[in-house]
Design a protein around this ligand. Structure first.
Ligand code: FMN
Length: 205
């Protein structure tokens, strides 16, 4: 499937065929594509929790407004991020770069993230969002549907997957064979509603 078609046909699907099994090969392919998503300074801060255990799935569903996708999806990925990835052996993110480039980037990483918890968390969310979209478009390539998902309670979900202290959950992505056609798009804004040329108009101008 070409990229334009993948973007146009990706929809947030509410019901998946619970009997469909995805192969381990397909799962690895999807995740291999997801980790080609961009991250600032290449820190690759996302972590992908693949939830196969039916008990954990059921418990996650209970903290996600009982949404059926959580248990029906062939693949459920909790897209998390390590907020401190930037300081955990960052040399490895640049190991194939020339030595002088590596030294400069490592210094820049340290300067950018040190003592800035809000920036660290924002970066985590940016990375999760980009990875989620890559994963969902990759799913289209393999003939799968998907749904990005929020949770009613992120803290409970974190406990269920044993989320480390310095990690955050970005969102869930459920992937599978959709059972029903999605509704027509609910209320897409026009380009004019969302494009700002050059800068926002100042209040009172
Ligand atoms: C961060 C995020 C969280 C979402 N959470 C849910 C969710 O919990 N359940 C759901 O059915 N859809 C969820 N959606 C899907 C949106 O409702 C959907 O993307 C939006 O209505 C546009 O529809 P479309 O994706 O089919 O174009 C979420 C989307 C995003 C980006």
């Amino acid at each position: 499937m070409d990229t334009k078609t993948a973007i146009e046909t990706r929809r947030a699907i509410k019901h998946f065929d619970p009997t469909h099994r995805m192969t381990e090969y397909e799962i690895r392919e999807l995740l291999s594509l997801a980790i080609l998503s961009p991250t600032a300074f290449n820190i690759q801060n996302w972590r992908f929790v693949v939830v196969r255990d039916p008990g954990i799935r059921a418990a996650l569903r209970a903290v996600s407004w009982m949404q059926p996708q959580i248990t029906e999806a062939s693949l459920l990925v909790v897209i998390c991020a390590d907020i401190h990835a930037w300081q955990k052996n960052p040399e490895r993110y640049w190991r194939h770069a020339p030595e002088d480039v590596r030294a400069r980037v490592l210094e820049a990483i340290n300067t950018y993230y040190s003592g800035r918890p809000q920036v660290q968390r924002d970066e985590a969310m940016r990375s999760c969002g980009l990875a989620a979209q890559t994963l969902m478009l990759a799913a289209r390539h393999f003939g799968y549907d998907s749904c990005p998902m929020d949770l009613a309670d992120f803290d409970d979900a974190g406990r269920l997957i044993n989320l480390p202290e310095d990690h955050v959950i970005g969102l869930f992505v459920a992937i599978g064979k959709g059972l029903r056609e999605p509704w027509p798009r609910a209320g897409q804004l026009s380009l004019d509603d969302v494009i700002i040329n050059d800068c926002f108009v100042a209040d009172g101008a």
